[in-house]
Design a binder for this molecule. Structure first.
Ligand SMILES: [Mg+2]
Length: 285
């Protein structure tokens, strides 16, 4: 796989191999310039698909804390606790191995990074305990919303761009309700839906493609908004028109290397152009 380089202007055509299938992405200079600026044109895009945790709600940090609590206890309790397994679970572990993945994939991928294998019931028990910790935290602290994201969501809807929410989490509905955002999104493809349909998790693009299908838009005409490395990789592999990486942790280069077309620290930086050109019938009050 040839990864995107830093310089959007002189980037060669990108070659990706989603599921073994080779996709060559050709972009004109004008298109490359367009994606280098944090601007969304309603003439170019029909829909935007938002990740939940860390993009819409400030829950990625709560997930990270729940994982840390789980794995620090787990690693400390192992009889073979030695070498690298003396190291606690770090923010880097969260970003690389866990963020954006389902709870059981997260357990497996992190343990594999420490060369530990557990049988499926043990993986499930660990994943479920992490979920208990996360739910405890939501109950105790509530859910904070990123205001810049809500402003962008309202602007998109007013411009006739349809919005969907995706999440690896099975707690998506509860988190949206806690954030009073449960009627913001037309389509939701979360961990519960993915489980029902047997969709693979990120970095596979399946959940984004299912959201685009339900919105009846082609991926090329849709924007993906993600904060996780696995999530931007999924957006890129799915052939989406624009992949925006939201950098909450000060690692913009990693998001770009994983496939983000542009990286912002907050979605308040993203503007809409040509809004007056949106069909009047689509504009909401
Ligand atoms: Mg996220």
């Amino acid at each position: 796989m040839r990864e995107p380089t830093e310089n959007a202007w002189f980037q060669p055509d990108r070659i990706y191999r989603p599921g073994g299938r080779t996709v060559i992405e050709r972009r004109s200079l004008l298109e490359r310039m367009a994606v280098a600026a944090p601007v969304i044109s309603p003439a170019r895009y029909d829909a935007a698909i938002f990740d939940l945790d860390g993009v819409v709600t400030d829950t990625a940090s709560m997930h990270a804390a729940a994982w840390r609590r789980l794995f620090d206890d787990y690693l400390a309790s192992r009889p073979d606790r030695a070498g690298e397994n003396r190291l606690p679970f770090t923010d880097e572990d969260y970003r690389r191995y866990v963020d954006g993945r389902s709870r059981y994939d997260g357990v497996r991928v992190f343990l594999a990074s420490r060369r530990i294998t557990e049988d499926p019931p043990a993986v499930q028990a660990l994943g479920d305990r992490k979920d208990e910790y996360f739910r405890e935290s939501v109950k105790q602290h509530g859910v904070r919303v990123f205001d810049g994201t809500v402003v962008l969501l309202r602007s998109l809807r007013a411009a006739g761009i349809r919005v969907a929410i995706i999440s690896a989490s099975r707690n998506c509905v509860e988190v949206l309700k806690a954030a009073s955002l449960d009627d913001m999104f037309e389509v939701r493809v979360d961990g519960v839906v993915a489980g029902e349909l047997g969709l693979p998790g990120k970095p596979d693009p399946a959940v984004f493609l299912e959201a685009a299908r339900r919105l009846q838009v082609t991926p090329n005409r849709a924007v993906v908004v993600e904060d996780a490395l696995a999530g931007v990789a999924a957006g890129r592999r799915g052939g989406f028109g624009l992949v925006i990486g939201v950098d909450r942790t000060g690692h913009p280069d990693e998001l770009r290397a994983a496939g983000a077309d542009l990286v912002v620290q907050d979605l308040a930086e993203v503007k809409l152009t040509g809004v007056a050109a949106a069909e009047p019938g689509k504009i909401e009050p």
